[in-house]
Design a protein around this ligand. Sequence first.
Ligand SMILES: Cc1cc2nc3c(=O)[nH]c(=O)nc-3n(C[C@H](O)[C@H](O)[C@H](O)COP(=O)(O)OP(=O)(O)OC[C@H]3O[C@@H](n4cnc5c(N)ncnc54)[C@H](O)[C@@H]3O)c2cc1C
Length: 447
Amino acid sequence: MKQVTVVGAGLVGSLWSIYLAQRGYHVEVFERRADPRKTGIAEGRSINLALSDRGWAALEKVGMADAVRQSAIPMYRRVMHAVDGALSFQPYGKENQAIYSVSRGGLNRLLVEAAEAHPQVTVHFGHRCVDADVEQGRATFESADGTRDSNGEALFATDGAFSQVRAKMQRRDRFNYEQEYIDHGYKELHIPPAADGSHQLEREALHIWPRGQHMLIALPNPDGSFTCTLFFPMEGAESFEALQTVEAARAFFAAQFRDALDLMPDFEAQWAANPVASLVIIRCSPWNVGGKTVLFGDASHAIVPFYGQGMNSGFEDCRVFDAVLDDCGDDLDRAFAEFARKRKPDADAIAELAMRNFVEMRDLTAQPEFLLQKKIEARFSALHPGQWMPLYSQVTFSHIPYAQALAAGKRQDALMAQILARPNIAENWESEEVMAEMRRLLEATRA
Ligand SMILES: Cc1cc2nc3c(=O)[nH]c(=O)nc-3n(C[C@H](O)[C@H](O)[C@H](O)COP(=O)(O)OP(=O)(O)OC[C@H]3O[C@@H](n4cnc5c(N)ncnc54)[C@H](O)[C@@H]3O)c2cc1C
């Protein structure tokens, strides 16, 4: 069977190695980081991610979903925290639909261990890719023991947003590449468990403090803590740059996120210790060089985290790629080109959707009109199942290709703008008259 090389044992590379092994490939995986089990370095602060249906489906396909589910916490709704501490709520989907908080480190370890348990997979930690011959599907790695070349017949590059393999592809003629840092960066903070080990905020929810130009979010961890992320401009009057001292940061939190601050007894120490990181969007094409090298996951499409879809889309890459290999009978020349052709429009769409969701989360979730729109959509969708799936549900709870979801979402927004412009809509939104008008407008868009 084919011998192939995977660069990067992050979330996507480790899952993809399992897929490849189950297809019968021999896989050598090279990962820059040291093996955390051998260095004894603790994982430190818990950082979590939202896992949703696309990710679950990809895990399910290789039998990994049950193991991940053991420590995943369902988040059934958004809980919005106003400046005065008042709470409002918005379910993510229908009853029992949830997105799941999972530990990034725990999930990565689980996937790497499952890959390594496969006799056809070898993972080399402490091996940094320093060069790649993308036409030949070979790469060169540096480790404490020196330099070595891979000898697989193809290269799968899952080495993240700052991919070394992609850097080599960029030198090729007609390779398109776009890298955009958004104005906002982020800092992670931590809300510890209560004295009895319980969660200090509602456990099965994603908490948001939407404040217009910035926001704080919090996702639950199994140990009773929450990981919070502040998304904030990097520069300007209200920015990380402007918060020069921990005292200034505390004053800002006291004014903006009082209820969260009250749950962080060591706020000053955390603020000083935790780094500010930037957020980047990467677009590039083509993703492949013949049947020899292909990029996927963040290496080909890094997006901002506001739809919680970066990892999910990378996991979906694995499922889509696997199906393409089936269709192409494992002919890599055909499969690499077909995967890139099929998947690129979806990657572009989720990049756009993720930026749109940033505006929704930081700004719109605090606006009554937005909440009203969501209520009307939910009611219509409950009355007419199958006729209206809210955009969030299409992205999060379905496998509809992202590009189709984006197009449908734009049609829905245009229709909802007409509904929200109706007189007294805040009072009569549940009426049969409004529902009938939605049916009529929907019919008209289909005509
Ligand atoms: C703040 C934040 C919150 C997020 N929240 C979510 C969320 O809720 N839900 C979601 O779905 N996504 C989320 N994401 C996105 C998600 O983290 C990424 O999409 C995901 O990690 C991509 O996986 P990957 O394997 O492609 O890349 P990575 O996770 O970056 O893994 C790349 C791997 O390659 C290794 N590597 C890099 N360079 C080399 C080299 N030269 N040689 C060898 N190895 C190398 C790295 O060490 C790493 O292990 C979030 C991202 C951020 C920044």
